[in-house]
Design a protein around this ligand. Structure first.
Ligand code: ADE
Length: 255
């Protein structure tokens, strides 16, 4: 399985660093992921390469024009026609979209061909949203200057879910959020640093105790930091017992 992502942007240079390092670099080398950046201005209709214009009806700011975006999407769709059987899935990065979470990233990682449109200026002609885009995605309830950074966030979250991209697939499966729990605390050498010790259980070599401790600490962290996530967690009998222990410890210690 491999995924091709076309990125449509007015700022192609923004992508050169983050997409060519570390995991994303390896994913492309292994041909599990291919990325192509397209400059929307290449599809403008005039010699000034105009991609924006004033809003009808007046108002502040400029809007991205529809023609270069429609034509860029058509161009990248056509150039993949032979390689992918499914229609491309067209995503627009914008703050009005559904907020990206692990489940949405998982769904996107199963597609064959994604086209990401990065908005800029004060907005985009509504016809793009209505007639070209399959899904609008936000990366959080705050406004950035454009969709480029959000597109990079989406690509990173999605790429690491393609089987084979991250060495040990279990480590992806065990990631925070896959099952609505935050990660358990981790320690590496040295055993003691400035008087701060690694919890003894992790040095015990007792795999069952370590597993139970990790599960308990994942539940404790989630309970203390993101109690909203526990609402959708499917509790096993052990999880319920561990949460009771945690609540009792907190009551006893007043923490
Ligand atoms: N463009 C501007 N802000 C954004 C956000 N929070 N998510 C996605 N795209 C954006």
């Amino acid at each position: 399985m491999s995924l091709h992502i076309d990125i449509l942007t007015l700022f192609p240079d923004m992508f050169s660093g983050p997409l060519s390092e570390s995991i994303l670099k390896r994913a492309q080398e292994k041909e599990l992921l291919s990325l192509k950046i397209t400059d929307v201005r290449d599809f403008s209709h005039d010699k000034h390469r105009t991609a924006d214009d004033y809003p009808f009806g007046g108002g502040a700011g400029m809007l991205m024009k529809p023609e270069p975006i429609f034509e860029a999407v058509e161009h990248v769709s056509d150039s993949r026609k032979e390689k992918t059987k499914d229609h491309p899935h067209v995503v627009m990065m914008c703050p009005q979209g559904k907020v990206l979470d692990q489940k949405a990233a998982q769904k996107l990682s199963k597609k064959e061909h994604l086209i990401l449109i990065c908005g800029r200026y004060e907005g985009i002609d509504e016809r793009v949203r209505l007639h070209l885009v399959d899904e609008e995605v936000s990366i959080g309830d705050y406004v950035l200057s454009g969709g480029e950074l959000p597109a990079m966030v989406l690509i990173d979250a999605v790429a690491r879910l393609i089987p084979g991209v991250v060495g040990a697939y279990e480590s992806v499966e065990a990631d925070s959020f896959t099952e609505s729990l935050l990660d358990y605390p981790q320690y590496t050498r040295p055993r003691e640093y400035r008087g701060l010790e690694v919890p003894a259980v992790l040095l015990s070599g007792d795999h069952e105790r370590i597993r139970r401790w990790r599960r308990k600490e994942a539940i404790r962290r989630t309970y203390l930091k993101r109690p909203d996530l526990l609402k959708r967690h499917e509790f096993s009998k052990e999880d319920k017992d561990l949460l009771e222990e945690i609540k009792k410890e907190i009551d006893d210690k007043g923490i």
